[in-house]
Design a binder for this molecule. Structure first.
Ligand SMILES: Cc1cc2nc3c(=O)[nH]c(=O)nc-3n(C[C@H](O)[C@H](O)[C@H](O)COP(=O)(O)OP(=O)(O)OC[C@H]3O[C@@H](n4cnc5c(N)ncnc54)[C@H](O)[C@@H]3O)c2cc1C
Length: 350
C-alpha cells in the first residue's frame, strides 16, 4: 500500500511494513492528493516544513507530465527534460525530506469534521488534520486507441506546451469551442497551416474568438467531420489522420505532422462534490485570489484542479508550494488553539 521507494507507487506484497500513520486512526498532519507537479511540490515544502506528508499517488502516477516526452519550458533545464524524468526528480526530492507515498486514489472524502476521513480505493481509510488537493484536470480525449499511443508523440492537448515543436509544419486542431479557436490561433505562430476539424456545421466558440480564427489566413476549417484514426508511430510521430465526414460517411486521409485535441478538460474533483465549493465546470473555488484555502477550513487546493487558465507545470508547482505554506501556517495556528503535539523540530523554528 505504501512505498518509500520514490517512483514505485505500487502495493507491496503482504507481509510488508505496517501501513503509514494516518491509516490506523491517528491523524496525519497533512495528506496530499495527487502526484503531479502540484502535489509533489506541495510534498517537498510540507516535508521540509516537518509535516511528514502522506501523498496519495492517484491512478496516473506522476500526473500529466508523465504522459509527455520533452518539456522545454520548465525553468532550470536549459536543454529541456523528459516529462517522466522531471517528475522522478520531484518524487525523489520530496522523499528525501520524508514524504511517504501511498498507491491508489481517494474515492471518497468526508470533510464534514476534522480530522478529515478519506477512503483510498474504496478500502483504506486515512485520517488527516489538513488536506491538500492536487488532483489535476484531465484533457477530454476523442476516445480512439491511436490517440493514447501517440499522446506526446505528435498528438498534444496543450498548444502552449508543444506548439514550438511544430515550427514549419502543417497541423490540425480538433474542436469547435473557444479553447480550440485559441489553440489554433496560437499555433499559427509556429505552423505553416492549421486546420480546425469540427464535427458540426457551426462552431460553438464565441463570435469574437470565431472571428479572430476565421480572419487568420493560416487557419482553415473542415466541418461535419471527426477523426477516426491517427496514423503514425511512437518513433516517427504522426503522418496523417483518417477523417470521417459525418454527413456522407466518406473517409479521407489528411496529411499532417501534428494533432492538437482541444475539446476541453474535466477537473478531477468528483470525490469532493457536494462538500467543496466547485464552479460550474467542476474546478475548485478558492476563498481568496492570493491563497489556496477553500471554503472548508484546513482544506487547500492547487494546480490544474483549480486553474483552467494557465495549466502549466510551473504554475501548478507554484501553487503547490503556496498550498503547503498555507497549510503549515494554518496548522501552526490550529495547534496553538487546540494544543496538538508539535511536529518534530517545529519548536526550534519558531
Ligand atoms: C501531453 C501533455 C504535455 C504537456 N506538456 C507540458 C509542458 O511541456 N510544459 C508545461 O508547463 N506543461 C505541460 N503540460 C501541462 C502540465 O502537465 C500540467 O499543467 C500539470 O501537470 C498540472 O499539474 P497538476 O499536479 O495540477 O495535475 P496533474 O499533472 O494532472 O496531476 C494530477 C494528479 O492527481 C491524481 N489524482 C486524480 N484524482 C485523484 C484522487 N481522487 N486521489 C488522488 N489522486 C488523484 C492523478 O492521478 C495525478 O497523479 C502538458 C500536459 C500534457 C497532457
Amino acid at each position: 500500500m505504501t512505498s518509500k521507494n520514490p517512483g514505485s507507487g505500487h502495493a507491496p506484497a503482504s507481509g510488508s511494513p505496517a501501513p503509514p500513520a494516518g491509516t490506523r486512526g491517528d491523524p496525519r498532519h497533512v495528506v496530499i492528493l495527487g502526484s503531479g507537479c502540484a502535489g509533489l511540490t506541495a510534498a517537498v515544502y510540507a516535508a521540509r516544513g516537518n509535516l511528514h506528508p502522506l501523498l496519495v499517488n492517484g491512478h496516473e502516477s506522476g500526473g500529466q507530465l508523465s504522459l509527455t516526452t520533452e518539456v522545454e519550458n520548465f525553468p532550470g533545464f536549459p536543454t529541456g527534460i523528459m516529462g517522466p524524468e522531471l517528475i522522478e526528480h520531484m518524487r525523489k526530492q520530496a522523499a528525501r525530506f520524508g514524504t511517504e507515498y501511498m498507491a491508489g486514489s481517494a474515492t471518497a472524502a468526508d470533510l464534514s469534521a476534522r480530522p478529515f476521513r478519506l477512503t483510498v480505493d474504496g478500502k483504506h481509510e486515512v485520517h488527516t488534520r489538513t488536506l491538500i488537493i492536487a488532483s489535476g484536470a484531465s484533457a477530454r480525449m476523442l476516445g480512439i486507441e491511436s490517440e493514447k499511443r501517440l499522446l506526446g508523440r505528435g498528438l498534444s492537448t496543450c498548444a502552449t506546451c508543444d506548439g514550438f515543436f511544430f515550427r514549419g509544419h502543417e497541423i490540425a486542431v480538433v474542436g469547435g469551442g473557444d479553447s480550440a479557436m485559441e489553440e489554433a490561433t496560437f499555433l499559427t505562430k509556429f505552423a505553416t497551416k492549421v486546420t480546425v476539424v469540427h464535427r458540426r456545421e457551426e462552431l460553438r466558440a464565441s463570435k469574437i474568438m470565431q472571428d479572430r480564427a476565421r480572419g487568420n489566413p493560416k487557419i482553415e476549417f473542415i466541418f461535419d467531420s471527426t477523426v477516426d484514426e491517427v496514423i503514425g508511430t511512437k518513433e516517427g510521430g504522426i503522418t496523417s489522420l483518417k477523417l470521417r465526414n459525418l454527413k456522407t460517411d466518406a473517409i479521407t486521409d489528411f496529411a499532417t505532422r501534428g494533432l492538437f485535441v482541444a475539446i476541453g478538460h474535466t477537473p478531477n474533483t468528483q470525490a469532493y462534490a457536494g462538500q467543496l465549493e466547485l464552479d460550474t465546470r467542476g474546478y475548485i473555488c478558492l476563498k481568496h485570489p492570493h491563497s489556496t484555502a477553500t471554503n472548508i477550513e484546513g482544506v487547500f487546493a492547487c494546480g490544474d484542479a483549480v486553474d483552467h487558465v494557465y495549466r502549466q507545470a510551473v504554475t501548478a508547482a507554484g501553487t503547490g508550494c503556496m498550498a503547503a505554506l498555507d497549510c503549515e501556517k494554518w496548522l501552526t495556528h490550529e495547534r496553538i488553539t487546540e494544543r496538538w503535539d508539535l511536529p518534530e523540530g517545529e519548536e526550534e523554528r519558531e
